[in-house]
Design a protein around this ligand. Structure first.
Ligand code: RP5
Length: 172
């Protein structure tokens, strides 16, 4: 059963939102993708959000760019936690999306991650699900251990080869 619904305003957001799907895949959490615009398909957006809990969805990740109202509209139609991902735009670099999503008026919150930070949205969704799912908590612990090991490995390499060689190798 799908536990995280990933929705985006346009297929042009997919290359960013796929990072969330990839993380959920790694953590063993079922998810699906939906493209549904709050202004082009308002009725379908409402249906998606109001039916999500019934489908078994526990968290919704909603990505949108520009006057990014999709996450807020979704949040208005469900009691599920909604995590908004501001998508970087060509005109205002995503600051427009960030402000639109993060500045929800009182009463209908949207948890907002950084611009294009859909990976963090997925991790946060997993942490929410992990409150009541020990398997997901175990996966998250392993994910953090791997991250920590990666940093230690880089530190050891840097100490071993020195800054110049390290940077030269990174540039290759
Ligand atoms: C928003 O407008 C979408 O989320 C997308 O980020 C942006 C541009 O959409 P398209 O013109 O690519 O459909 O609704």
């Amino acid at each position: 059963m799908v536990r995280v619904g990933i929705i985006m305003g346009s297929d042009s957001d997919l290359h960013i939102m796929k990072e969330a799907g990839d993380i959920l895949e790694e953590l063993g959490i079922a998810y699906d993708y939906t493209v549904c615009s709050a202004h082009r398909l308002p009725n379908e957006t409402a249906q998606y959000a109001s039916g999500a809990a019934e489908r078994g969805v526990q968290v919704i990740i909603a990505g949108a760019g520009g006057a990014a109202h999709l996450p807020g509209v979704i949040a208005a139609y469900t009691l599920l936690p909604v995590i908004g991902v501001p998508i970087k735009t060509s005109t205002l670099s995503g600051v427009d999306s960030l402000y639109s999503i993060v500045q929800m008026p009182r009463g209908i919150p949207v948890a907002t991650v950084g611009i294009n930070a859909s990976a963090n949205a997925a991790i946060l969704a997993a942490q929410i699900i992990g409150l009541t799912d020990e398997n997901v908590r175990t996966q998250l612990k392993a994910y953090r251990r791997e991250m920590a090991a990666g940093v230690k490995e880089k530190d050891a390499e840097l100490k071993d080869m020195g800054a110049e060689e390290y940077l030269a190798r990174r540039r290759k």
